[in-house]
Ligand binder design. Structure first.
Ligand SMILES: Cc1ncc(C[n+]2csc(CCOP(=O)(O)OP(=O)(O)O)c2C)c(N)n1
Ligand SMILES: [Mg+2]
Length: 617
């Protein structure tokens, strides 16, 4: 057999292949790669750089400021696209590559697709050791990029140009597989990037990827239906899988038809509109009182597309019903069987439809649904109080959330956040009205995700008003993609809550009996307390900025800057000690067993008591 071939370098083959991968969105064929984020160095500029230049009209390359920042933006792009589209990120070797490892872990935890293309050392080893090469004394095959292995769903090192053929095929398989989805790392040896090979032309044929919808196994389906039919007090936990499966309409129908209240995880929030009567809101450690009360009593939990992480399960102390049964409706068996869950391996949309068909006229007890409605009314009153306006000089995070919520009016918005005290407050209080309107990275809760994430979300959803809420600590950790957003004309609004330190960790420290130490700036070892002028800092990168002194001023600044075309940063000082007391649940954070501090001893006593309500296994 004689295949037609084309002579290309390995890097040129990668670039060309990426341009030929397509998907269908709203009936239209579009490239599945939204672009490439790139920071060049000697490890990728000559090979990958030259190749990307040649395809820049079909596959745009974006220059970022920091490899972790660009990777976080790429991941946010994929999350905001419900995993239907994604991006690639290329870096040099050594530090550039390692800057992306945190992001690889973030994508791995959150099951989000991203293609990492770090440069690697010379496969031929002639110039060894090259600049930035990690030399393993006992292993000649080690390079810095081996750090990607535990945080990649698929890792490959390309040491011959033809290896890229099976490697890219496998990469696409993983990136588009709903169950295995996650980061792929193809480590591209520098010399091999530049090496030519006669690639089969068919390798570059256009390929269209559409999401696979896995049908449930009939036995598993029958058991899941039987379990739910016997339930008197069922709840549905809506996880991120509901959004990724685009199953929100089916979830709504299912909940309504069978009278089952829905509670939402951080990744699943916005699966149902906030205003839907059966949406009890957030569940678990940062849950509403309405959701958590139902979760405590529930006899059947239908977990749809959830990893059931500790914040969702209240470290497995939330569910108090001795007869509790969990049905794990998930594309991934690893998640479906967690905590003795009864697996229902299926796409969320398909699984809900099939289950609903089998449930027929089943409806949860009317008293249960009524209890849900009453609990929600009570919660909404508490939430309104927490978010009401104030003239306080140092408002709470909740009051800032209220202001942002009022200022967005009826506009299509996407709220972006990741770490600090805000995720808990937003999980409880943000009123998301459309799927994906709440974008929280709380699988890895990576400080520094917020600003970069805002950029990725805006690239994915140019028609949405993107609002990033971020603490001073997280902003300090990674903010430089503000400059990229100005370069790309990708406007978003950043509301920066400055409580002069790590407010949430300081509170956690106090709750676990610790002394106020090394979290708030005032409690740190210092010669002088920094007075950080965040507005001036962001303005130096080209942002429109405001420093406001109160909640009414914040609302006015949000209204006044709504029409700005450049990324806008609005800074407000907040109180580091106040959080929304209502709702919430214990979280397992291990308290020292022995200590000289009386407060630690007291905290340990409480801790040991709390451990008794933890379910194990
Ligand atoms: C990269 C990273 N480092 C450390 C942490 C642990 N951590 C979680 S929240 C937090 C403090 C966040 O401070 P800030 O952004 O100001 O929010 P605040 O707690 O004040 O609301 C820290 C250190 C983390 N989540 N991510
Ligand atoms: Mg802070």
């Amino acid at each position: 057999m004689s295949q037609k071939t084309v002579r290309l370098t390995m890097a040129q083959a990668v670039a060309r292949f990426l341009t030929r991968q397509m998907t269908i969105i709203d009936g239209k064929r579009v490239p599945i790669f939204g672009g490439v984020f790139a920071i060049f160095g000697h490890g990728n500029v000559a090979g990958v750089g030259e190749a990307l230049y040649a395809v820049r009209e079909t596959l745009p390359t974006y220059r970022a400021q920091n490899e972790q920042g660009m990777a976080n933006a790429a991941i946010a792009f994929a999350k905001a696209s419900f995993r239907r589209r994604f991006m690639a990120c290329t870096s040099s070797i050594g530090p550039g590559a390692l800057n992306m490892v945190t992001s690889a872990a973030l994508a791995h935890v959150n099951r989000l697709p991203v293609l990492f293309l770090p440069g690697d050392v010379f496969a031929n080893r002639r110039p060894d050791p090259v600049l930035q090469q990690v030399e393993g004394f006992g292993d000649g095959t080690i390079s810095a990029n081996d750090c990607f292995r535990p945080v990649s769903r698929y890792f490959d090192r390309i040491t011959r140009p033809e290896q890229i053929i099976p490697a890219l095929r496998r990469a696409m398989q993983v990136l588009t597989d709903p169950a295995d989805c996650g980061p792929v790392t193809l480590s591209l040896c520098q010399d091999v990037q530049a090496e030519a090979y006669d690639y089969p032309e068919s390798f570059f044929d256009e390929k269209v990827w559409v999401p696979r919808r896995i049908e449930p196994d009939l036995d598993e389906l029958a058991s899941a239906i039987a379990t739910l039919k016997a339930a008197k007090k069922p709840i549905i936990i809506a996880g991120g899988g509901v959004l990724y499966s685009e199953a929100t309409a089916e979830l709504k129908d299912f909940a309504e038809k069978h009278g089952i209240p829905v509670v939402e995880t951080q990744a699943g929030k916005s699966a149902l509109p906030h205003s839907h009567p059966l949406n009890m809101g957030s569940v678990g450690v940062t849950g509403t009182s309405a959701a958590n009360r139902l979760a405590e009593e529930a006899d059947v939990v239908l977990a749809v597309g959830s990893r059931l992480q500790d914040f969702t399960t209240g470290s497995w102390a939330l569910f108090k019903n001795d007869e509790l049964k969990i049905i794990g409706l998930n594309v991934q068996p690893f998640d479906a069987g967690k905590h003795d869950g009864q697996p229902l391996i299926s796409d969320a949309r398909t699984g809900l439809n099939r289950m609903s068909g089998g449930l027929g006229g089943y409806k949860a007890d009317a008293s249960w649904t009524e209890k849900a409605r009453a609990g929600k009314a009570e919660w909404l009153e508490a939430a309104d109080k927490a978010t009401a306006t104030t003239n306080a000089t140092l408002p709470s995070d909740a009051q800032v959330i209220g202001a942002v919520q009022r200022a967005r009016g009826g506009r299509k918005t996407t709220l972006v956040c990741a770490a600090g005290g805000l995720p808990g407050e937003l999980h409880k209080l943000w009123q998301a009205e459309e799927p994906g309107g709440y974008h929280m990275e709380y699988g890895f809760s990576t400080m520094g995700y917020e600003v970069a994430g805002g950029l990725g979300v805006k690239l994915a959803k140019p028609d949405s008003d993107v609002i990033v809420m971020v603490g001073d600590g997280s902003y300090m950790m990674l903010n430089s993609e503000i400059a990229s957003s100005i370069m790309l004309g990708a406007k978003f609004t950043i509301v920066l809550l400055d409580n002069a330190g790590y407010g949430c960790i300081n509170r956690l420290q106090m709750e676990t009996g610790g002394a106020n130490f090394n979290n708030l700036l005032r409690d740190t070892h210092h010669v002088e307390l920094p007075q950080i002028d965040f507005a001036a800092h962001a303005a130096a990168m080209g942002a429109v900025t405001r420093k406001v002194g109160s909640i009414p001023e914040l609302e006015a600044a949000l209204a006044e800057t709504a029409g700005e075309t450049r990324t806008t940063v609005i800074v407000i000082d907040t109180d580091p000690l106040i959080t929304t007391e209502t709702g919430g649940h214990w979280w397992d954070v291990a308290v020292p067993e022995v200590s000289d501090r009386e407060q630690v001893k007291v905290a340990r006593e409480g801790y040991e008591k709390a451990l008794q309500s933890q379910r194990f296994g």
